[in-house]
Design a protein around this ligand. Structure first.
Ligand SMILES: C=C(O[C@H]1C=CC=C(C(=O)O)[C@@H]1O)C(=O)O
Length: 416
């Protein structure tokens, strides 16, 4: 059944340069922060001028189409012309089309941006409404809190069992790779200031995308897709190993990862899925380094490949997120079979974990990460965090469990 085209409001966005903002974090709303930031630069949002929600199989493509119409109907005055200035929508999309969670695009009333030493504020007005714009004002962080996240629906033993079952099915030839995840749960104390969690994530993992969108927060090292003036880029991650305890052990770990057939295979599937999805949108070619490099994070080494190209069809960053999701870094190979196996074995609602999170502007430029190292926090304060790993024929359940512990570290420590 096709959904009737929804009416879109006429938005006006006006951007102005402001005095340098030293940190975006104290400006955020403590309970419903909106943020997409890396190395201190990025965008933050206050209030909501527009909230669009999507569900089902075409949720990302429909969001891209609706956003195209919102942007076409909008009046944008943007003298700053930086990445993230002007009109934009933050978005968070579910991993699975069957999720109970909503996929959202949110246009804040006020957007604060920071890049290359320039800070700006964009005020968004909805035609026919001239409600007050929230004033970006730094406020003191609320009381510190510590909470211990506990095993959720897929506890450690069950996860090991699921990995073993997945390995059997891969060895039987049903599929080549599947990404299985497990969960941790907890409860946010009444009035808990989520900016405390974001500060820890941003300080502990400065080279990752720290995000907070519609109660979904995390720090992801993986760039799903970035579009800037017709150029497209992505960073694919898949294949992981623990950091070593000292410099020699650390170097040896990176070398082990870079020469591990299992991890190189796991990585190859993830890169191929991104090249296949981007290829039709960049006819003059997409370039990817032949050999992945080892990306150092505070908790892990990952195999990483940077991908670049020039768009040939005017796709927006959100169109490309729709084409790319789910990559083999979060689903598996072949995709359809991997999704079925994930549903059957995990029986978890991943929410927006593993889905695209980021922003798109009125020109279609934008930055989207794959939500990893992340958690859902609902209105009642219930928290569910997720971490997973790519399973192949050679996977060992104990090793995979240990890897998820490392992947949980950013979010566990930020809450703890
Ligand atoms: C699925 C996750 O990581 C993906 C991204 C990087 C490395 C991965 C791996 O080595 O398994 C996963 O594909 C996660 O962090 O929950």
């Amino acid at each position: 059944m096709t959904e009737p085209e929804r009416a879109v409001p006429a938005l006006s966005a006006r951007t102005r340069v402001v005095d340098p903002v030293t940190s975006l974090l104290p400006l955020l709303d403590a309970q419903s922060p909106l943020l997409f930031m890396r190395r201190g630069e990025g965008v933050a949002g206050l209030g909501e001028a527009l909230r669009l929600t999507f569900r089902g199989p075409d949720r990302i493509a429909r969001a891209a189409e609706t956003w195209r119409r919102v942007a076409a109907a909008a009046a944008v005055d943007d003298p700053v012309r930086s990445s993230g200035s002007g009109l934009l929508a933050f978005g968070a999309f579910t991993f699975d089309e069957r999720s109970e969670f909503e996929s959202v695009l949110i246009v804040p009333r006020t957007i604060i941006g920071r890049r290359d030493g320039v800070s700006w504020v964009t005020e968004v007005t909805v035609a026919g409404e001239d409600g007050p714009h929230p004033t970006p004002e730094a406020t003191a962080l609320g009381a510190e809190f510590r909470l211990a996240l506990q095993p959720g629906d897929v506890g450690p033993d069950r996860f090991r069992e699921l990995v073993a079952r997945a390995v059997e099915r891969i060895r039987a030839g049903e599929l080549r790779k599947v990404v299985l995840a497990r969960d941790l749960v907890g409860h946010l104390p009444e009035g808990g200031d989520l900016r405390r969690v974001l500060v820890d994530l941003a300080l502990g993992y400065p080279d990752t995308w720290t995000f907070a969108i519609d109660g979904h927060i995390g720090s992801s090292p993986e760039t799903l897709v970035r579009v800037n003036h017709g150029k497209v880029s992505a960073r694919v991650l898949a294949g992981s190993i623990a950091r070593g305890a000292d410099a020699d052990a650390d170097h040896a770990a990176a070398l082990r990862l870079a020469t591990s057939t299992k991890d190189l295979d796991e990585h190859r599937y993830a890169v191929q899925s991104v090249l296949d999805a981007l290829g039709p949108h960049a006819r003059s070619g997409i370039s990817a380094s032949e050999i992945p490099f080892a990306l150092k994070l505070p908790n892990l080494w990952h195999l990483a490949t940077n991908i670049e190209g020039t768009l040939s069809d005017g796709s927006s960053a959100l169109d490309l997120a729709a084409a790319l999701h789910p990559t083999a870094a979060v689903a598996g190979t072949p995709t359809g079979r991997a999704l079925e196996v994930i549903r059957e074995l995990e029986q978890l609602d991943r929410g927006r974990y593993g889905g695209p999170v980021g922003w798109v502007d009125a020109h279609g430029d934008g930055k989207w990460a794959v939500s990893l190292r992340s958690a859902e926090i609902d209105a009642a304060g219930d928290i569910r965090a997720y971490a997973g790993g790519g399973i192949l024929a050679a996977s060992d359940p104990d090793v995979e469990l240990a890897e998820t512990k490392l992947k949980f570290r950013p979010i566990v420590e930020a809450f703890g």
